[in-house]
Design a binder for this molecule. Structure first.
Ligand SMILES: [Zn+2]
Length: 98
């Protein structure tokens, strides 16, 4: 639910949660009960941190238009895990002589 901001000249800003499009243009200040005009600002539809919102947007977009990988990712200096073992595989024995 979006949060709408009002700014009382006496008490400062306060916020009101209303359904989208149902916030009144004026609302009584909870402090001094003076009708206060709604501040012109974008409603805070979400309050996620910007990085999190960006990742969620990217994840949702990947459902319809996944990002195409055109090159290898940069090397990180670590090899991909092969199962947790550092023991190299045994060499294949030579074929038996005849
Ligand atoms: Zn007030």
């Amino acid at each position: 639910m979006p949060t709408y901001e009002y700014r009382c000249g006496h008490c400062g800003p306060f916020e009101l949660q209303r359904a989208m499009g149902e916030a009144p243009q004026h609302h009584d200040c909870p402090g001094c009960h003076t009708p206060v005009r709604r501040a012109i600002s974008a409603p805070h539809v979400n309050r996620f941190p910007e990085a999190l919102a960006r990742e969620i947007t990217r994840a949702e977009r990947s459902q319809d238009e996944p990002e195409v990988v055109t090159s290898l990712p940069p090397p990180t200096g670590r090899r991909a895990s092969t199962g947790g073992s550092n023991v190299p595989p045994r060499p294949v024995p030579p074929p038996p002589r005849r």
